[in-house]
Design a protein around this ligand. Sequence first.
Ligand code: 2RA
Length: 357
Amino acid sequence: MSRLLTTGIRRPTLAVVGATGAVGTVMLQILSQRADIWGEIRLVASPRSAGRKLTVRGQETEVSALSEEVFDGVDIAMFDVPDEVAAKWAPVAAARGVVVVDNSGAFRMEPDVPLVVPEVNPHAVRSRPRGIVANPNCTTLSMIVALGALHSAYGLRELVVSSYQAVSGAGRAGVETLRQQISLVAGTELGTSPGDVRRAVGDNTGPFPEPVALNVVPWAGSPRADGWSSEEMKVRDESRKILGLPKLPVAVTCVRVPVVTTHSLTVHARFQDTVTVGGAREILATAPGVVLFDNPEAGEYPTPADVVGTDPTWVGRVRRALDDPTALELFVCGDNLRKGAALNVAQIAELVAAERH
Ligand code: 2RA
């Protein structure tokens, strides 16, 4: 079916590569919920998933296998696939004239690939010499919209961050692992003596190095130099690139918690000059994509259980640092599959599509 805008311009054809994964599933929901600017939406996945039927915009659509030909006639492709698959296939699609919006880690730190958050650095999307635009990691994305707003007003000078990351950051396997572990420990007295949870869970730790039910795990990602994790380096490197602050001091500790979806972060942000809580609240309350939910005396602060399934970055517990009048303390929550992944990809794709008018 030919889909024309009222202006007569052909609606862009979109490919969703990785349509069957955890982020892909949310992507199809988001494409069904947002303003429909797309012509054909082509669903693509590994040959193993080809032939499956998924619903997008209320229409059952068959999944095609990833191949060179699948990109014929496509204008924009959203990729949510492992790094090595993106590294191979994003250039293949780009060579066929497709603009790729990639949610893997393969291109994020390449100097000739923009790393875009539409509320923070939308201008960057236009400079994409390789035809690839990168989407940040979900941990960075869960805080950067709020930080970007504060940075514009106050000039960020330093960040100290701890994450509390949901298991769906590790995909469907992460969610299945937590659910299995919860069923093993539910209704027991486990969690009262050293190692009892570990013994009950056995080798069933899935993509995590330790049991995650009844636990917190101070590790996410793979090892990097000097004891840091890949996830911690991503938060540091990506925040610097998005905010245009290549030397910003950033200290990060990434932690996995028994939450299904929605990453939370505590943030200590130091700025150029003295800040006030009133000023910060005003900025956060009016920043696009941010919800300020901050009245602890009335029990109001964001939690993952309430934020999951929503689009904004939620901010609460806004305080001025006790020992530094230039610094703020915040608690931030964001759905890691929506703004942390699929929604930001969709917003970038919409920015690219808007260039056609
Ligand atoms: C995680 N941020 O939460 C990663 C996924 N990209 O595991």
